[in-house]
Design a protein around this ligand. Sequence first.
Ligand SMILES: Cc1cc2nc3c(=O)[nH]c(=O)nc-3n(C[C@H](O)[C@H](O)[C@H](O)COP(=O)(O)OP(=O)(O)OC[C@H]3O[C@@H](n4cnc5c(N)ncnc54)[C@H](O)[C@@H]3O)c2cc1C
Length: 376
Amino acid sequence: MKKQNLQHIAIIGGGPGGLMLGLLLQHQGLPFTIYERGHKNIHKDRGGSLDIHDDSGQLALKQAGIFEVFRKYARFDGEDTRIVRKDGKILYDEDAEDEGSRPEIDRGKLCDIIVEQINPQHIKYGYKYENMKQLDNSHAELTFENGVKVITDLVIGADGAFSKIRPHLTDAMPEYTGISMIEMNSDENEHPDLLKFNKNGKVMALGGHQAILGQRNGDGRIMAYISFKMMYDTLDEYRNLSLDELKERLMHEFNDWGADLKKYIAYSYDDVKFRRIYKLPIGLTWETQKNMTLIGDAAHLMSPFAGEGVNMALHDAYLLAKAFHMYDDLTEILNSYEQQMFEIAKVHAQESQDNLAIFFSDNGAETMAQLFEEIA
Ligand SMILES: Cc1cc2nc3c(=O)[nH]c(=O)nc-3n(C[C@H](O)[C@H](O)[C@H](O)COP(=O)(O)OP(=O)(O)OC[C@H]3O[C@@H](n4cnc5c(N)ncnc54)[C@H](O)[C@@H]3O)c2cc1C
């Protein structure tokens, strides 16, 4: 099919990747709809500070014409970085430059500044994709949980880690990395001592099979991922505890950690999330299909230990939109995008896996500090 004949492009998932792709296609006047299972305010629920890299995520923001808006909300001082041994000794301590290459922004804010630019007619909330029927070589019928059926020429799966579009392209399934995290939040105004220790950016405290990963967010929260190498089922033991019981258990398990680090647990309030970290096989590829592809976590879910996930999602959107700009034939567009994406994703997925191994090794703090010294 030729690009000019496309009547409808369905983007499944309105996370950072799907939204960015929508905005870039809108700039090219292409007919797209984003179908998001969540409600309109979904991004307000989703915290977490993300660093946006100049050689990937920022390219998409620039191409979309929203880099200046991004700069308004980006926290360049969020690049402060500390690497700490579990006894509290700081091994690496970097203050952010005035305007570095990886500023931070809250996930919700990032999504907001993209959504604001998209014509609201092109985003459907409360549309949970259920299944797809191929009608012929170039059309597919999508069914959503709300009963609506849509006929489309092209399906882009931007539906994250457990994508329901992915099984149409590959048998690969996400696998548990062996790492689970308990996400805890403290109020920086109530706890200036924790803010002083955390500074404006990130703290990576590493201690063998455990880690405390602190990050300042833009809304007064200091978030910490209390992280463990653990069996798949063990996380459920923590889920069932009250906040007080959870803190008591964690304080016991982190008993031999430094006093400053234990504050991330002690000060946290009742907004706890439990996460298992998954990944797709490194170097995953598939044969180009006529009317379907994937972007973001759906295509290359990786652990967060290289901070690349959201950058890759934005960059995929950038690459796919660029292919739309360069070629007319849909198969050529999809093939060109996928070949570039596969290469880049492989490198970053490997980097994430290598970092995971270092983070949870016996001398993780020393090794990471040395790596940061080398690139500083
Ligand atoms: C603990 C943790 C920390 C992280 N830290 C970082 C970091 O520091 N830096 C970084 O770069 N990355 C980080 N990441 C990864 C990053 O969050 C993801 O890579 C990024 O959000 C991927 O964007 P996406 O748009 O591909 O998918 P998602 O953000 O997962 O968005 C997918 C969207 O699709 C929707 N959806 C799902 N299924 C359906 C369906 N059936 N129908 C319709 N809609 C659907 C979802 O509601 C969601 O809105 C972290 C991840 C975790 C778990």
